[in-house]
Ligand binder design. Structure first.
Ligand code: ZN
Length: 338
């Protein structure tokens, strides 16, 4: 994996990364403190890729771009790659301000609606009940039950979506971007590929430094999200080395096939490590999380770390390497005795 020698864009500026592709970096209020947004110059105007989280800083940053590098440009639309709040949060406000269509995949729109329209209590209870199932400490369960309206805090208004399918084409000034849709890190993330030019806006599915979070699907616990993600990574191992990859976090890079292979190894190591730990005694998700990450988390990170541990344990069940049973509302995962 090779980092591309491109300047990280300062607030209010864009870095040109291909003939018709531009990169902006927006702030996030999390430990992962930034997100990369992209913009494509098309004959119809600029297509914005993702909106940033809903916060004052995002609104101010967009205003700087609209008054600066975008001031003489028509904006044709906004594409939301997936429903996570750092990508979707400001989409409602931005599309209303610019009066532009908002594109996403059917599964991301569906999941965003489900999260957005759920009553605050209902979502808090869903997370808290999930934590009971995981065997997390009482303090975490109580905290989750009190943490209401988390999704809506970061996504103030939901835009009307125009649904696009796999294979949809966005012709641009110097090429054609094709939509691909994958499952794993989210329900149906959109990536944009221009094969002829060797360009891939991979967003959160292929990151250069971080292993993308793979979590349980809160609406369908039986779905094997890690299985989906490994399928994606397998497909990415055949990427040409020179393909330039534009991720949702950190910096653009090449040698994506090697990076995908690394991510596959990383998840297999985690799976092996959980199998080894389960030889001694059945594991709850909380046990698995402590085993994998060995530290305590704040509420935001706990949500992802526990979801990630559950995704790995469930994948082992789906592979036939583990079995699980529920006792007093908590699921225990054990190695198969037969
Ligand atoms: Zn994401």
């Amino acid at each position: 994996m090779q980092k591309l020698d491109l300047p990280i864009p300062e607030t209010g500026t864009l870095t040109k990364v291909a003939a018709d592709l531009y990169w902006a970096r927006f702030a996030l209020p999390f430990r992962l403190n930034h997100i990369n947004l992209y913009m494509i110059d098309t004959d119809a105007g600029w297509l914005l890729v993702d909106a940033g989280i809903n916060q004052d800083e995002t609104a101010a940053h967009w205003q700087m771009l609209l008054d600066g590098p975008l001031s003489h440009q028509a904006v044709a639309g906004l594409l939301i790659t997936h429903h996570h709040v750092d990508h979707l949060g400001y989409a409602g406000a931005l599309s209303a301000k610019l009066d532009i269509p908002v594109y996403t995949s059917a599964s991301e729109a569906d999941f965003a609606h489900w999260m957005f329209t759920m009553a605050d209590d209902e979502f808090a209870d869903l997370v808290a009940d999930t934590y009971v199932n995981y065997g997390l400490d009482e303090a975490h369960i109580t905290q989750a039950r009190a943490d209401k309206g988390r999704f809506r805090r970061h996504v103030k208004t939901l835009p009307d979506f125009t649904i696009i399918e796999e294979g949809h084409l966005f012709p641009s000034r110097h090429g054609t971007w094709q939509v691909r849709i994958d499952r794993g890190h989210s329900q149906g993330q959109i990536s944009l590929v221009d094969d002829a030019r060797g360009l891939l806006i991979a967003v959160d599915f292929l990151l250069p430094r971080i292993s993308p979070n793979i979590s349980v699907d809160l609406r369908d616990f039986d779905d094997d999200m890690l299985g989906h993600y490994l399928t994606y990574c397998e497909a990415m191992t055949s990427l040409p080395d020179q393909t330039q990859i534009f991720p949702g976090h950190d910096w653009p890079f090449t040698d994506g096939g090697a990076r995908a292979a690394q991510l596959i190894d990383h998840h297999h190591q985690r799976l092996d490590s959980l199998l080894e730990a389960a030889k001694n005694r059945p594991l709850t998700v909380a046990d698995g999380m402590r085993h994998l990450f060995g530290k305590s988390f704040g509420a935001h990170e706990l949500y992802f770390a526990s979801g990630e541990a559950r995704a790995h344990l469930w994948h082992l069940v789906q592979q036939g390497a583990m079995q699980c049973e529920v006792r007093d509302g908590t699921t225990y995962f054990s190695t198969r005795s037969d």
